[in-house]
Design a protein around this ligand. Structure first.
Ligand code: COA
Length: 161
């Protein structure tokens, strides 16, 4: 069974992330979306809130081979514990490359049994990231097209819009 983990902060998950998850489900038997709770970022949503949103979306989209978990600590250790052989990362533009390249090689140094697989989201999502969605939402701009309705509702509620 080919298992992949898809790590990120997902603060919140966007349609760009969902596009990557959908592609990964075609390539792997099981995809574990792993929500990083110990990152250097200061998230708007708690780990539980991020996991709950992803869980609700997985259910609605009927992704039968996708699960979601929070993780703390070293990514490669988590992947090893879950018997994953791949780490999925999205590549949106050349600007992502340097950081992703460094991370992939560093992860390989930690374990050469786990490879990083880069997937490209649909072009319409290449400009998207979670901070820009949060900012547009905070400023009461239009963000419905960038996130799943579950996230739209939770984000609106969080900001009491
Ligand atoms: N669509 C939309 N946005 C996307 C995207 C896509 N397909 N792919 C990435 N992004 C955005 C994210 O929303 C995020 O935006 P933000 O900065 O505004 O929040 C940004 O691109 C990149 O963040 P993300 O993909 O969440 O990764 P990250 O850099 O926050 O997380 C970890 C990286 C958690 C995987 C990494 O820090 C990690 O592995 N930490 C664990 C500790 C560890 O093992 N460290 C050693 C690593 S070598």
């Amino acid at each position: 069974m080919k298992i992949a983990i898809y790590p990120g902060t997902f603060d919140p998950i966007t349609n760009g992330h969902l596009d990557i998850i959908e592609r990964a489900t075609q390539l792997f038997d099981k995809v574990i979306v792993t929500v990083a709770v110990n990152s250097s970022k200061t998230p708007m949503f708690t780990g539980e809130e991020r996991v709950d949103m992803i869980q609700a979306i997985i259910k609605q989209k009927r992704f039968s081979n996708v699960s979601v978990e929070q993780f703390n600590g070293l990514l490669v250790s988590f992947a090893t514990k879950r018997n994953a052989t791949a780490i999925i990362r999205g590549l949106r533009a050349i600007s992502d490359f340097e950081y992703e390249f460094q991370m992939a090689l560093m992860n390989r140094k930690q374990s050469n049994k786990i490879d990083t697989v880069f997937l490209m989201p649909a072009e319409k999502y290449t400009y998207l990231n979670s901070s820009i969605v949060r900012e547009i939402a905070r400023l009461d701009g239009k963000f419905k097209d960038f996130v799943h309705p579950v996230v739209y509702r939770v984000l609106k509620k969080k900001l009491s819009l």
